[in-house]
Structures are given as C-alpha cells and as structure tokens.
Design a protein around this ligand. Structure first.
Ligand code: SF4
Length: 181
C-alpha cells in the first residue's frame, strides 16, 4: 500500500481498552468501525500514552477532573507528552498530515468538549450518604489541556476531536468532514 503520510494521534484506550478504569469497558466491536475507517484511508494511528494508567496503574479508582487537576498530575502529563510532541513536530515538518488528534468524550483526562466533574475528596464515594455522584460537563480533561498548550507552544495547529464511544457512527461522520475539508 502506498504511504498516505497521514498520522492521527489517538487516545491510548482506543487501541488498548485494557488501560481503562476497571468496570468501564467498551467493546472492541463498538470501536472497530472507527479504527477501520481511519486505516481504510491509510492513516497511521499514533497511540498516545494513557496518562492515568501511567500515573496510578491498573487498580486506580475512577476519578473526577477536579481530583486530577493538580500540579503533580499536570507535570506527569507534560513529562509523558515530551516525546509525543517531538514526534508530532517532526512529522509536521516533514510533509506529513496530522488532520486531528482524538480524545475521549467525558474523560477527566482525555475529554475535549466534555469532561467528568465531581467535587470528590477523602474516603470513597458514598452515594447513600448524599455525596455528589458527579456529572459530565462541558470542558476539557487535564491531559488534553496540556496537549493543547504544548501544541500551541510549537505552533502546531492540530484540531482536537472528541470520540463519543456511545456514538461511533457520529464520530466517524465528524472525522470524514474534517479529513475531507
Ligand atoms: S486516561 Fe485517556 S487514554 Fe487513559 S483510559 Fe482514560 S480516556 Fe483512555
């Protein structure tokens, strides 16, 4: 197959759902139409590191953006993004096309237009005791905020696009418009 020179950076769990918080599984059959579409246009799928897996490991709890929004986690994101930004910069300066970067709707780290918000702290959530269960709100996750800042600092204009895992067909249609446009 002829080289397309298209590179699409994607959130880690789109290619490896094992990185997700235990209990928040998404089946391969739901995601595959999206990866199949990208591969059908010859795109190279560049897997971003999972910031939560590399920070808290496999047995982490599901957390909110407020809990991840601290200088230690932001430093972690920047450290694991350094190589990524070097790679994207290098592709960009050698006539490769990076039409978009894919994040995950509702993630406290990888959300782009929607993120998970809850004022949690202390002992584990106890809904029966009246603790706020949290909600999906407009806004970006911490990792995507750091990516966005780092892309801007390098003058790399790469649209960040959110994958809605509950509406893969809608996501594919959105990507078709961006890539055709
Ligand atoms: S942090 Fe990002 S890559 Fe990791 S599981 Fe969550 S959405 Fe996927």
């Amino acid at each position: 197959m002829h080289r397309s020179r298209i590179v699409v950076p994607v959130s880690h769990c789109l290619l490896n759902p094992n990185s997700k918080v235990l209990g928040s599984d998404v089946s391969w059959s739901e995601i595959m139409p999206l990866t199949n579409y990208l591969m059908s246009i010859g795109a190279g799928l560049y897997q971003l590191p999972c910031p939560e897996q590399t920070y808290l490991g496999c047995n982490r709890w599901g957390q909110s953006k407020e809990q991840y929004d601290n200088p230690y986690y932001r430093d972690h994101c920047r450290i694991i993004l350094k190589q990524v930004l070097n790679d994207l910069n290098e592709y960009s300066h050698n006539s490769y096309i990076i039409p978009c970067l894919l994040g995950i709707k509702g993630s406290p780290s990888c959300g782009i237009d929607h993120t998970f918000s809850a004022p949690w702290a202390g002992e584990m959530l106890n809904a029966e005791a009246g603790q706020n269960p949290g909600s999906i709100l407009p806004g970006s996750g911490v990792f995507m905020e750091e990516i966005s800042d780092m892309l801007s600092s390098l003058d790399l204009d790469i649209p960040l696009v959110e994958v809605d895992e509950k509406d893969i067909e809608g996501t594919i249609n959105k990507l078709k418009c961006i890539i055709a446009g």
